[in-house]
Unconditional design. Structure first.
Length: 465
C-alpha cells in the first residue's frame, strides 16, 4: 500500500508596507505526520496511450452541517474545479467505486447521520444512497472519476486560526490512483478576510488531493548539507528534496541554468517546493495574493507520482503558458540555487553586465539598495521580452529579529551578519524576510508575493531602466 503524508495549508496575513517592520507576508503552513515506505515499484517501461486517460472530473460531497462557502469563495472553488478538469487527465480506474467502509475510514466525521451527497444543486441523504446501492457510489454514474469530501473540521480550524484549507488523499487500496480525498475549508477563520486568491489556493489543494507531495517514494532522495556563507562565518543549510522528481530535476537544471543541481529542493516534509528556491511557483507552502504558477517543474512531479502505471497527464499547453510567465529563479544560476544569498548578492553586485541596474542582485537588495530603501526612496526594476516592457517600483523587505513565522533551519541572521560594515547602521540589526526565505533581504514585492506589480511579460528579462 502506498504511504501518504497528511497536508494542511494555511495563510498568515500581516499588514506590511514599504520598509516592513514586525510584518510577515501571506504564508502557509502544514502539520507534520509520520511517513511510511512505498510498497509498489513503478513500471517505467510501460507505455500509456491517450485513451487510457480521461479529463479529471471531480464530484464534491458535503455534509448538511457544512456552512455554504461565501459567494466569492464558492465561485473561485468552482472555477478551480473547471480549470483542473482542463489541466489534468486521470488514468481510467478499474473499480471506480466509493465503498462505504473505506469512506468511513477516510472521512469518518463526514459520514454523520445528516451527511448528504451533493451533485451540483442535487443532494440526497448519503447513508440512504449507500444502502440503496449496496454500500458503494459508482462515480461513473455521475460522470465523475474523483471525489472530494468537503467539510469543516471545527476543532482543527479553531486550534489553528491561521488555517484556510487542508487536503489529503485517502489511502488507495491497491496500486491504482486515489479515487477520493478530503478537503477541509476553515471558512470561518478570520484569516480569510485578508486573502484574495482562493482560485490558486484550491488549485494547490486539489493537486495535494491527487497526491502531489502527499505520497512517499520507496527510496526517497536523501538530504544534503550546503555551506551557507555570511560576511564573517559559514553556517550549513540542510536541503531536502521532492520525491518523484527525476524529470522535474532535469527541467529545473535548465530553468536555473545550473547543471549541478542535486534535485528539486523541498520543505522538510517533502510536501512542497522550497519557498526560498521556488518563490511564486504554485506548489510552494506560500500561496500569495499575487500570481502563483503551475510550472513544468510541478507538472513533471505530478506525472511522476504513481505506482506501476502512470496516474496523471497534464495539459502541456496550459503548463507551457504558465511556465513562460514564471520568472522566479530563471537563469539565476547555481550560486542562487546552492549557495547563500550573501554570495549571490556579492557575485551579482560586482558582475560587469549588471552595472547600471538599479537592483543588480535581484531578487535581493544589496547594501546600496538598502541604503536607498531605508531612506524612504523607491527602487526601479525594468523588465522586457522585446515587445512588452514594464517598470516596477519597489522597496526592500526588512523585518526585525525575533518574529515568529514557520520554522527555520538556520539561526536568525541580521543584515549585519550578511553584509558586515557595508550595511547602513539604521538597518544593521534588522533581518531580511521571514525564516522560510532564510532571513535574506528580498525585494519587497517578491517577499510579500502580493499583486502590486501584476503579471510580468512572458519570457521577460531584467534590463537597464
Amino acid at each position: 500500500m502506498m504511504p501518504h503524508r497528511k497536508h494542511f495549508i494555511s495563510l498568515l496575513i500581516f499588514i506590511s508596507f514599504g520598509i516592513v517592520a514586525d510584518g510577515v507576508p501571506c504564508g502557509s503552513k502544514f502539520m507534520k505526520v509520520s511517513k511510511r515506505s512505498l510498497a509498489y515499484d513503478q513500471d517505467y517501461g510501460e507505455d500509456s496511450s491517450s485513451s487510457d486517460f480521461l479529463p479529471l472530473e471531480i464530484m464534491v460531497l458535503t455534509s448538511s452541517r457544512f456552512d455554504p462557502l461565501p459567494y466569492d469563495t464558492q465561485a473561485s472553488f468552482e472555477d478551480a474545479l473547471h480549470h483542473m478538469s482542463e489541466l489534468v487527465s486521470v488514468r481510467r480506474h478499474s473499480k471506480p467505486y466509493l465503498l462505504k467502509n473505506a469512506i468511513e475510514k477516510c472521512a469518518k466525521d463526514w459520514m454523520g447521520s445528516d451527511s448528504r451527497l451533493n451533485r451540483g444543486h442535487f443532494a440526497r441523504d448519503a447513508r440512504q444512497y449507500y444502502d440503496e446501492y449496496a454500500g458503494k457510489i459508482d462515480l461513473n454514474e455521475f460522470g465523475k472519476n474523483f471525489a472530494l469530501f468537503l467539510y469543516e473540521d471545527r476543532d482543527l480550524c479553531e486550534k489553528d486560526p491561521a488555517m484556510l484549507a487542508a487536503a489529503n488523499p485517502c489511502q488507495p487500496e491497491n496500486a491504482e490512483r486515489p479515487l477520493v480525498a478530503t478537503l477541509i475549508v476553515c471558512s470561518n477563520n478570520p484569516v480569510w478576510s485578508g486573502f484574495k486568491n482562493a482560485f490558486d489556493l484550491f488549485r494547490h489543494e486539489i493537486l495535494h488531493a491527487l497526491g502531489y507531495g502527499t505520497f512517499n517514494a520507496k527510496q526517497p532522495a536523501p538530504p544534503l548539507h550546503y555551506p551557507w556563507k555570511l560576511s564573517q562565518e559559514t553556517q550549513y543549510w540542510k536541503a531536502h528534496f521532492m520525491d518523484f522528481a527525476n524529470r522535474a530535476t532535469a527541467y529545473a537544471k535548465y530553468h536555473f541554468d545550473c547543471p549541478q543541481l542535486d534535485g528539486v529542493e523541498s520543505d522538510e516534509d517533502k510536501i512542497h517546493l522550497d519557498e526560498y528556491i521556488y518563490g511564486n511557483e504554485l506548489m510552494t507552502p506560500n500561496v500569495g495574493n499575487g500570481q502563483n504558477y503551475f510550472t513544468s517543474i510541478s507538472a513533471k512531479i505530478l506525472e511522476e507520482t504513481y505506482t506501476r502505471k502512470q496516474w496523471y497527464q497534464v495539459n502541456q499547453q496550459i503548463v507551457k503558458e504558465e511556465t513562460q510567465l514564471y520568472w522566479y529563479g530563471k537563469k539565476w544560476g547555481c550560486t542562487f540555487a546552492k549557495k547563500s544569498c550573501a554570495e549571490f548578492i556579492e557575485e551579482k553586485t560586482h558582475y560587469r553586465s549588471n552595472n547600471g541596474l538599479d537592483i543588480p542582485a535581484f531578487p535581493f537588495c544589496n547594501a546600496d539598495n538598502l541604503d536607498v530603501a531605508t531612506d524612504g526612496r523607491k527602487l526601479e526594476l525594468c523588465v522586457t521580452n522585446g515587445t512588452d516592457s514594464r517598470i516596477l517600483r519597489t522597496g526592500c523587505y526588512i523585518g526585525r529579529r525575533g518574529y515568529r513565522y514557520g520554522e527555520s533551519r538556520l539561526p536568525a541572521t541580521s543584515l549585519y551578519d550578511l553584509f558586515g560594515d557595508d550595511i547602513p547602521a539604521r538597518a544593521s540589526q534588522s533581518t531580511g524576510a521571514e525564516p522560510p526565505r532564510r532571513y535574506c533581504p528580498f525585494v519587497d514585492f517578491v517577499a510579500k508575493e502580493d499583486d502590486s506589480v501584476g503579471e510580468w511579460p512572458a519570457n521577460s528579462k531584467i534590463v537597464k531602466c
